[in-house]
Design a protein around this ligand. Structure first.
Ligand SMILES: [Fe+2]
Ligand SMILES: [Fe+2]
Length: 255
């Protein structure tokens, strides 16, 4: 995708190159990503094997809720930074998440499912995110981004349906850049924190990540089984991406 060339992209899956956060670069990226977005048409009906359709619907309903937030708190915290360009980035980032929610809603309806209004995991994530301030919010958001990215990627690779592959591949590309966006921002913000604070933050972040990951595989075990993914594989893949992002965000070095 040409839009990804606008921002130097080591990617959250790749080796962590060091690059300082530049909100103008990210604004350019988000603008270009919006303009060059391919129009994906979700058909009115998607037919899948019933053993996959039922559990997948439940999982997609959860993600659809999670992606649909209005980002009010993120905006409020970001505003305090006093960087209007970062605010623009945050607005465009939130719009991309809302676009994911719309695409997921279209897929859910095409699978003959209904949209839900709430899910316990969404309430937990929202509660945790609002505990302190922007950085805490981004720490928790990053966990959701990583788990979402890994899940969407498995769906794009393992569901034998072209429109769904198109939808989920597009979302995965966005999520890779979202992880990168938050990672670069956190690295910039946390650069001068004392190393003790960084190690403590890393420890707590890992505990919350693994708790969320285990809760996810337990709650979605039927879907993962239908996609032929073991819980261990899901956690291992998520963990690899999370650790690269966390290490870079905190400017820690692996030994
Ligand atoms: Fe998303
Ligand atoms: Fe995202």
């Amino acid at each position: 995708m040409s839009n990804q060339q606008l921002v130097h992209l080591p990617s959250s899956d790749g080796e962590g190159a060091k690059k300082s956060f530049n909100s103008s670069d990210w604004r350019d990226y988000f603008e270009e990503n919006r303009k060059s977005r391919p129009a994906i048409r979700v058909p009115n009906e998607i037919v899948l094997d019933e053993t996959l359709r039922q559990p997948l619907l439940k999982s997609l309903q959860t993600f659809q809720i999670g992606e649909s937030g209005d980002g009010r708190h993120l905006r409020k915290y970001a505003k305090k930074l006093g960087d209007p360009v970062y605010m623009q980035c945050m607005d465009m980032f939130i719009k991309e998440e809302q676009n994911h929610s719309q695409m997921l809603a279209a897929v859910i309806l095409a699978l003959n499912g209904t949209l839900i209004n709430w899910h316990w995991s969404d309430l937990v994530f929202i509660g945790l995110r609002r505990l302190f301030h922007l950085k805490t919010e981004l720490f928790i958001l990053m966990i959701a981004e990583v788990i979402g990215k890994v899940f969407y990627q498995y769906v794009s690779e393992r569901v034998d349906n072209e429109p769904m592959q198109e939808v989920f591949s597009l979302i995965v590309l966005d999520e890779i850049l979202h992880i990168e966006f938050h990672t670069e921002f956190l690295a910039e913000q946390l650069r001068n924190y004392p190393w003790m604070a960084k190690f403590a933050a890393h420890y707590i972040w890992c505990v919350i990540f693994y708790t969320a990951c285990f809760a996810f595989v337990l709650d979605h075990k039927t879907t993962l089984a239908a996609l032929k993914i073991s819980s261990g594989e899901f956690i291992e893949t998520s963990s690899r991406i999370f650790h690269r992002a966390a290490i870079r965000s905190l400017s820690l070095t692996l030994v």
